[in-house]
Design a binder for this molecule. Structure first.
Ligand SMILES: [Zn+2]
Ligand SMILES: [Zn+2]
Length: 156
């Protein structure tokens, strides 16, 4: 007797629901043999491959909240942390933006916020000294990234 597989066994191997497997079989025109599904190893392997491919074809959707790189859940469309925040507060506003900023150890360009490299404003916000210096130098030397030849007034 041929070795056969049931939708439940196949579903377990593919990591999906048995219902999903039954629907897929029905969509492909397969029907039950008597009262039971009897899936041949050939078909079982094909279906497993189908689910594997379907999973890799759909990469996880990132959480839509700005700056958040965690993957979003399929049902809520948010990452677990933001889902929790929405449930608790009813919105997605960060509660303590200052603490979030203070937790950063580097400027957006990747310079470390050391004592020497950091300007601190009266309100506690920080600015990277290296970045300010770079910006000042860039303003002084426009040719560094600009046109190599300066426009000269045309002689009459
Ligand atoms: Zn998020
Ligand atoms: Zn910087």
């Amino acid at each position: 007797m041929d070795e056969v597989t049931t939708p439940r066994e196949l579903a377990e191997r593919a990591g999906v629901s048995a219902e999903s497997v039954r629907k897929l079989l029905a969509r492909r025109g397969f029907t039950k043999f008597g009262t039971r599904w009897r899936i041949h190893p050939f078909l079982a392997a094909e279906i497993e491959a189908y689910y594997r491919q379907a999973r890799t074809a759909r990469p996880p959707v990132p959480c839509p909240v700005e700056g958040c790189e965690r993957p979003a859940g399929a049902r809520s469309g948010l990452c677990p942390a933001h889902r929790k925040r929405l449930r608790r507060y009813g919105d997605l506003e960060p509660r303590d933006g200052a603490a979030h900023q203070r937790a950063k150890t580097h400027c957006p360009k990747g310079h470390e916020y050391t004592l020497e490299n950091t300007y601190v404003f009266a309100d506690g916000r920080r600015r990277c000294r290296r970045c300010r210096l770079d910006a000042a130098l860039a303003r002084k030397r426009p040719t560094a990234s600009g046109p190599l030849v300066r426009a000269v007034p045309e002689s009459p």
